[in-house]
Ligand binder design. Structure first.
Ligand SMILES: [Zn+2]
Length: 373
């Protein structure tokens, strides 16, 4: 039984919202579903469901980080309540749309985990979601609850959501967004209709960076080539930093093949070149840079599709380099880097310098066609 909120409950809520502002969806440049780039199949599915009035009560947006999941949920929240868009798309300018985008709409509950690595605790789910979804919308047509980074719901939070997902109030829509759907309980996953967001193709991403974000063509191409199809990463990437790390990793790989003093000197450089607060994180970020290079070399040596390249801008140089290598050696080298990464993240506090040295020694041996292990 859905209880209508009393006048005083509504005004208390309005006052709280007006004072606080609130967590808001990311702002697309543009209005409505057309502002979402590179997710045609998702948009088509949503448009069709809105058109036929068959939108499910729970959706699972899954796919890599930075490809538009939260942006899409924000547009959907607007569309559901936008009279100007016929409740099928968002105009972006009406009062309702603007309230959504400013985090001020009382019927849009927007949850993101606090802090890095933070979990969404069960008390918060009870207070913010379960206690509220039973009410009819305060002023809109349909309530939308968005839980971003839903993999950070801990097990009891997920369990507490089950009943709401099972018997959802008809006027509410719950959207879970995550880059790690496998960390959700199967019982939670099975109650949501999944929509898969894909990485953007480099050409589409490049065009978007040029046309919408006004980046110069060269920079747009480089960023698009480096970020595995994530708009978020493309915009946030510290390009100089990234290129410097890659330069060090590439140099280390060449030194590893040469061996001896060059290898040891490179290990020292590598140790300090990475990103992160802890030594282990820095080393892991350099192992990731090494791995990306080795993977690209493997793609090039096997004549693979160039859209698979992470460092597409280095293709011409590496094409010559890879002529001296064979696939087995590259696979062994990737194994060596993986083992180093495992050691860095293992239960035993690693000696970072030794792990890096060993990774370079084994990588060099593998690429020189010598047996490793
Ligand atoms: Zn509107």
């Amino acid at each position: 039984m859905v209880r209508k909120p009393t006048k005083s409950e509504i005004s208390a809520r309005d006052a709280a919202v007006a004072e606080a502002g609130g967590p808001a969806p990311p702002q697309p440049l543009g209005h409505g579903f057309d502002a979402l780039v590179g997710q045609d199949s998702v948009i088509e599915a949503l448009r069709r469901a809105l058109e036929d009035n068959r939108l499910p009560h729970a959706l699972l947006f899954h796919g890599p980080a930075g490809v538009g999941k939260a942006t899409c949920a924000g547009i959907l929240a607007q569309a559901l309540n936008c009279e100007a868009g016929g409740f099928k798309d968002a105009c972006g300018t009406c009062v309702s749309c603007r309230k959504v985008s400013r985090g001020l709409h009382p019927d849009i509950i927007w949850m993101t985990p606090e802090g890095k690595g933070g979990q969404i605790k069960v008390e918060k789910i009870r207070k913010e979601v379960i206690d509220k979804v039973g009410f009819r919308p305060y002023e809109g047509r349909r309530r939308l609850v968005m839980i971003d980074d839903a993999h950070r719901l801990n097990a009891s939070s997920q369990n507490s959501l089950l009943k709401t997902l099972e018997e959802p109030p008809p006027s509410s829509l719950i959207v879970l967004a995550t880059s790690a759907p496998e960390s959700l309980l199967p019982t939670v996953r099975s109650r949501c209709q999944p929509l898969r967001f894909r990485p953007l193709v480099p050409d589409v991403l490049q065009r978007h960076l040029e046309e919408v974000h006004d980046l110069p063509s060269d920079e747009a191409r480089l960023r698009a080539a480096l970020v595995s199809g994530s708009i978020g990463r493309a915009l946030n990437l510290d390009l100089d930093d990234h290129l410097e790390r890659r330069r060090v990793a590439e140099e280390a790989l060449r030194d590893a093949i040469q061996g001896g003093a060059a290898l040891l000197a490179s290990a020292e450089l590598l140790k300090d070149a990475g990103a992160g607060e802890r030594k282990v994180d820095q080393a892991a970020s350099m192992m990731a840079a090494l791995r990306d290079i080795l993977r690209d070399l493997l793609v090039l040596s096997s004549g693979g599709d160039r859209v698979l390249l992470v460092n597409a801008d280095r293709r011409a140089d590496w094409q010559d380099w890879v002529g001296e290598m064979d696939s087995d050696g590259l696979l062994d080298a990737l194994d060596a880097v993986q083992r180093a990464d495992d050691r860095l993240h293992g239960p035993v506090q690693p000696n970072v310098r030794l792990v890096i040295e060993q990774a370079l020694i084994e990588t060099g041996a593998a690429l020189n066609g010598e047996a490793v292990r």
